[in-house]
Design a protein around this ligand. Sequence first.
Ligand SMILES: [Zn+2]
Length: 275
Amino acid sequence: MSMNALEERLNGWFRAPWLIYHKPFEIVDHVYFVGNTWVSAFLLDTDEGLVLIDCAIQETLYQMIDSFYQLGFDPHDLKKILLTHGHFDHCGAAGSLQKMSGCEVWVGEGDGNFFTEHREWIAHEDRCPEFEVTGYYDYTKPIDLGNFRLEAVHCPGHTEGTTSFFFEATYRGERVNCAIHGGLGAGVLTDSNLEAMGLRKSLREDYLVSIEKVLDRPVDVVLPSHAGHPVGYDFFGIADSKPGAGDTFVDKGAWKRMLTAKRAEIVKLIENSKL
Ligand SMILES: [Zn+2]
């Protein structure tokens, strides 16, 4: 989708956020989807309290709060938000959630300046109420949440500080490897967007290197940061078919399919670049 077409759709969603509502659902034990049909947010019920990976846009905050309650949780109990990167669609609701719960907000250090001197890099920063960044990920050690240990992996490209998460969970008595790639949108890396935003063009090479870095990881359950990131993995189709159909989110090929498709896209973008 071109940036203009996306902007047009976005403006529609800002005015009518109920158009992208999706009911919350459990993915694997203690891991829930609480995002919308455009951008994901994942809630982890951990020994250290409630933890969100991304929190979607400010306009859908009411949906997320309702999703917490539907799942039997209280949003005031939220302890941490772990952001995959600094774009508004992943952090737009963080300011309100932090006000409501006093939660910490963590981000990759590369995106730290999104919240200081480069708020324009948030994109639609006027729709992203400010929040306090608690700290930056230490990529050398896991984030220990008791029943979950998250490995944060720096995957620069989509932004400087894009961070992916890998962790084990349980599902139907089995251990499963779950993963969320922090940022796969290649549209921000077109010549015109790089120039308009004043971003370095080598972010595209970084994107490619980041994909190679995590491509061969064994992943059983893909948590898509945007469910529209395609490649044969119908996230909501699976969610809507539950319960009873025997379907699960376990798909050992999905991670590689998703990243291989994105790798082809970025290679083409680099080949066709005029910069
Ligand atoms: Zn983004």
